[in-house]
Ligand binder design. Structure first.
Ligand code: COA
Length: 194
C-alpha cells in the first residue's frame, strides 16, 4: 500500500532547505510552538497595545482548564513558528497553522517597534510562501485589522487578495486575505469574483 506522509513530517524534511535564514544582522529561526509562550507573554502587548484593551477579563479556573484541553487537541495540527532575530536578539515572531486540507493560516506576526522597517518580514515572507507551496499547500490565508496599511501593502505585493471581513469579539474588525498558489486557479478566481 502507498505510504502517505502527513504534512508535518513533510515540513520537517523540507524546512531545512529554507530555514534558518540569515542575511546581515537578521536571522529567521524555526522554533517549536511552546518556545513562543515566554516571548508572547513578554512582547505581545508591546507590539499590539490596542488589543490588550479588548481582551476578555481574567479566566476562571474552569475556563482555563477548558482552553488547555481544547488547545491540547488543536496543537496536533501542522504548525510553523519562527523567531526573528536581530544581532542575535529575539525581536519578533511568526506563528501559523493548517487551516484546512488546502490552506495554511498565517495567524500572527509581531516585530518589536524598534526593529520594524528593517526588512525582517521582507526577508521572511517570500521565502515562507515558497516553502508552503513546496510542502503542498494550495492557499494561504490571514486576517488583519483594516487600519494596518503596512501589512496590506506587503500582502498585496505578494499576490494576496482581500476576500472578506468579520467582526471578532476580541480582535474587532478583521479583513480576510488569501493567496492562491496555482496560477490558473488564481486567474479563474479573479475573472469570476474580482
Ligand atoms: C507588519 C510587520 C510584520 C512588517 O515587518 P517589517 O520587518 O517591519 O517590514 P519590512 O521592514 O520588511 O517592510 C516591509 C514594507 O513595509 C514598509 N514599511 C515599513 N515600515 C512602515 C511603516 N511604519 N509604515 C508604512 N510602511 C512601512 C516598508 O517600506 C516595506 O515596503 P517595501 O517592501 O515596498 O519597501 C511589522 O512591522 C510588525 O510586526 N508590525 C506590528 C504588528 C503587525 O502589524 N503584525 C502583522 C499583523 S498579524
Amino acid at each position: 500500500m502507498k505510504k502517505i506522509i502527513p504534512v508535518s513530517e513533510v515540513a520537517n524534511l523540507k524546512r531545512p532547505k529554507y530555514f534558518p535564514l540569515k542575511k546581515g544582522k537578521i536571522e529567521i529561526v524555526p522554533v517549536q510552538l511552546e518556545e513562543l509562550d515566554p516571548i508572547l507573554d513578554k512582547y505581545f502587548k508591546v507590539v499590539f497595545p490596542s488589543m490588550a484593551s479588548t481582551s476578555p477579563a481574567k479566566l476562571s479556573k474552569k475556563q482555563k482548564a477548558n482552553r488547555e484541553s481544547l488547545f491540547a487537541e488543536y496543537r496536533k495540527l501542522h504548525w510553523e513558528c519562527f523567531f526573528f532575530k536581530y544581532e542575535g536578539k529575539i525581536v519578533g515572531w511568526f506563528m501559523g497553522e493548517m487551516d484546512d486540507n488546502k490552506t495554511f493560516y498565517m495567524r500572527n506576526t509581531g516585530i518589536l517597534p524598534k526593529f520594524q522597517g528593517k526588512k525582517i518580514y521582507s526577508l521572511f515572507f517570500p521565502r515562507f510562501l515558497e516553502y508552503l507551496e513546496e510542502i503542498g499547500y494550495e492557499r494561504v490565508s490571514s486576517h488583519h485589522s483594516p487600519n494596518n496599511g503596512q501589512i496590506f501593502h506587503l500582502k498585496l505585493k505578494y499576490g494576496f487578495m482581500i476576500v472578506g471581513s468579520e467582526t471578532h469579539e476580541v480582535y474587532g474588525q478583521l479583513i480576510k486575505m488569501i493567496k492562491i498558489f496555482d496560477k490558473k486557479q488564481n486567474e479563474a478566481f479573479i475573472k469570476r469574483y474580482c
